[in-house]
Design a protein around this ligand. Sequence first.
Ligand code: HEC
Length: 400
Amino acid sequence: MKKFALTTLAAVMLPALAWSVGTPPSAASKPMMLAANAPASKSAPLTPAENLVLGTALLLEKERDAFEMSQVFRLALYLRPMRRVYDPNPNLVRAGDDPSAEKTYMERIRSVIKPELVARIDRMALTRKDMEHYLQHHQPLYAVDWKKHPTFALMEYAVNDFHEQIAPPDTIAAKDKDDFYIPESVKRISGKSAGDGKRLFDGICASCHGVDGQGRFPPIAMKSYLSLHSDHEHFEIIKAGPPQKPGAPIVMPTFGDKLTDDQIWAIAQYIRSWENHWADPKNVRRGEAEAKEAGVKFYSTPDLHGIWKAKNGNVVILDVQSDIAYRIMGHIPGSKHIRPEELDTKMKTLPKDKEIIIVDMFGSQGLAPATALAKAGYKTSYLANGMMDWHIVRDFQTEY
Ligand code: HEC
């Protein structure tokens, strides 16, 4: 059990990459817009959401010192579900989405930047012209067509700007990544026909990520992961690889030079289709059956919240995220922290007479540690949907 949480950081440190990319193929540009998302006329005032997002992005650009690192982290995380409301992807699952996501996350963004900065944004008296200027002068990103989807583009660009502020300074350059061989038979799959996305994924990505997307690498298939990532980000990750630090045990190759935009979009859309799969509680994630068989008990986030609030002395909440995630992304107040790679050696320090509740980031990478603990005779439970649900979705108290 080496690399559980380390890699998940990529999920909150998505590429601060600024490649210019081609226009998406027609399959991706079939718009499914909510009436309220239709592009406003040039003279229309900014919506409150546009005002807040644009203002925050501009403020961050001009006055980086006014923000703390953990604030920028949270801005990037809260903006993600808000952005989803505007995602032009026709396949995006909206049924399970919170209809008031925009309002909810705007409130959280406001509370992260505090009244003083909110007032500063209001004093900026931003107009639609300012927004257009920002969109026009921003590096084109993620193949978002900003003229067609200005609000979505604003949010995608802002997420990227926030990440640029927190991305690790030293990442592996494309030229230092290993080449990756793709068989001719797979290369010939055009990406233009139904089923191509799956065939391309199985032929290229599954060797590392598993056919179910739940291989040894970050949980790119989990519902909580997918709900925070856009297809445009996946497009960019497939093209240029995720940001990785030198010394990473496995480096994801870049595919921009090997696959066409059609092929990349087909894969991104196939990954999105898993969201339907994972929305169905009947489908268990990899490792879940083993964990249950080993006796691990699963808690929903509200259940654990109740247990935590009751301050039950017979319970240890054990956070197994990476150091940086534990500190900057946050953890449940009072939880004990053991890095996943240290669990083997530190397991002995855990009490056998108490219930140990394992907490991870997305509700996936702690499953193996939980199973190991249960097999070693500890009374083990597991927070089913991870810190992302506790913190970003439910806004329960979090410590940094
Ligand atoms: C050689 C192995 C390898 C191959 C092949 C590979 N990946 Fe990856 N991928 C990785 C690794 C390793 C990471 C984690 C990087 C990190 O966090 O340090 C990753 C990360 C990702 C992420 C980001 C996850 C996150 O947490 O943000 C996505 C999305 C992804 N890969 C999709 C794909 C797709 C789609 C393909 C096929 C086109 C693919 N990968 C092919 C190894 C691979």
